[in-house]
Design a protein around this ligand. Structure first.
Ligand SMILES: Nc1ncnc2c1ncn2[C@@H]1O[C@H](COP(=O)(O)OP(=O)(O)OP(=O)(O)O)[C@@H](O)[C@H]1O
Ligand SMILES: [Mg+2]
Length: 384
């Protein structure tokens, strides 16, 4: 066996079928060289998979100790990375689809043209696996590169910020008002750059699942009040109101306080940024088995067709164009990731020219522990 030999595990208990497949594979050396191991039952398959690496598994669904879709599930559970090609005598489209949904790579029916079909299916499955591996490696390299560059940029930025702060506040000697204006502008931009870099790092960590969450029983109203305290001066500066309508009887739920404050800050910050008159209201309430927090503004609003784009990365919409330069367009993508890590959901409703409501739902019951909900998790119409 050389390094190009394709190692196949053939799982079948029918001697005639085993011989046929072996014959096809040994006869096909103009395409590739195959080495075939055989298992006649699920238990034998499990043993062989525990001790050997295979490039592909050819699987008959009817074995003495397992049958049907359960066979695919069991094999895929132990060997999720190896392509599983179901090889069956039964031309059953439903079963084929079910097999694919449960992790099989392909479903082929034994028939007169089996030889060519089988070889092609194996080679294609291997090519797809190789392509997927290369994409994964490229994504990992990109992630590492982004994390490394953002991380390295933070230290010099801190030094620049502190240096400017010392000069601006007069600790390093008198400066004239014009110099102070220029340095204050520089300071604001360094702060903005630091925020952008932190956003990129956060997003990167969330994407690759490296963000740690400190889940504790917490009171959502307390987190909202904290954000209100921080953001109220910014609202007032623009002549906007910023009010709270909190349900005092909400139960405590498990969440990471800092992360939820980060989400609320981004929503409040957006609401203030994209509102010129009127104000912002944050509401908390209980909705069935969830806590609902809404941030409602009377700002520029969002065109209906743009609402689905809101939570995508680097998405900044034209209706808010004057304010775009102030952010990266990562805030809502980060917020969505954080809320989903809490098994929650974040949504937006908006009318152009009237205002927007961004709201998130956090589950109250035990299911919050199962990460990343499926979309039918909530029992009510979340769009209401
Ligand atoms: N309350 C809102 N009213 C109108 N448009 C909004 C509102 N919130 C978000 N948007 C639109 O969604 C875009 C994405 O928001 P997001 O918070 O992700 O990014 P950002 O605020 O531009 O930058 P960042 O939050 O990364 O500093 C915004 O640029 C704006 O176009
Ligand atoms: Mg934002």
């Amino acid at each position: 066996m050389n390094e190009n030999t394709i190692r196949i595990l053939l799982v079948d208990d029918n001697p005639g079928d085993i011989r046929l497949v072996e014959l096809i594979l040994t006869d096909s050396d103009q395409y590739a060289q195959f080495f075939v191991d055989k298992a006649k039952s699920l238990s034998e398959t499990i043993k062989l998979l525990a001790n050997n690496d295979y490039d592909a598994i050819l699987l008959d669904l009817k074995l003495p100790d397992s049958s049907g879709i359960e066979t695919v599930k069991s094999v895929n559970k132990i060997s999720s990375d190896t392509p599983v090609i179901v090889l069956t005598g039964l031309n059953d489209e439903q079963m084929g689809l079910l097999a694919i949904k449960n992790g099989a790579t392909d479903y082929i029916v034994k028939g007169p043209l089996l030889a060519e079909l089988l070889i092609r299916t194996i080679l294609y499955a291997l090519a797809r696996k190789q392509a997927a591996r290369e994409i994964r490696q490229a994504m990992e390299m990109k992630s590492r590169f982004i994390s490394m560059v953002s991380h390295e940029l933070r230290a010099p930025l801190t030094a620049i910020r502190e240096g400017i702060a010392i000069v601006v506040d007069g600790s390093a000697g008198q400066i004239n008002p014009e110099q102070k204006d220029f340095l204050s502008l520089a300071k604001r931009n360094v702060e903005r750059l630091t925020r952008l870099i932190n956003d990129v790092l956060d997003f990167q960590k969330l994407e690759i699942g490296k963000m740690n969450f400190n889940m504790q029983p917490n009171n959502i109203n307390e987190a909202i009040s904290e954000v209100h305290k921080i953001m109220l001066p910014f609202a007032n500066e623009k002549g906007l109101t910023f009010s709270l309508e909190l349900d005092k009887h909400l139960p405590e739920i498990q969440f990471d306080r800092d992360k939820i404050i980060q989400v609320l800050t981004n929503l409040a910050n957006n609401a203030i940024k994209f509102t010129e008159k009127g104000g912002i209201t944050v509401t908390s309430s209980q909705l069935e088995n969830t806590i609902k927090v809404s941030v409602c503004d009377t700002g520029c609003g969002i065109r209906q067709e743009n609402v689905p784009k809101l939570f995508c990365t680097f998405e900044q919409l034209t209706e808010a164009n004057k304010k775009q330069a102030e952010g990266t367009g990562l805030g809502l993508a980060i917020s969505r990731n954080i809320i989903e890590e809490h098994s929650g959901k974040i949504l937006a409703e908006s009318e152009l020219g009237t205002g927007s409501t961004f709201y998130f739902l956090l589950p109250i019951d035990e299911r919050r522990h199962s990460k990343r909900i499926t979309h039918n998790f909530f029992h009510f119409d979340a769009e209401k």
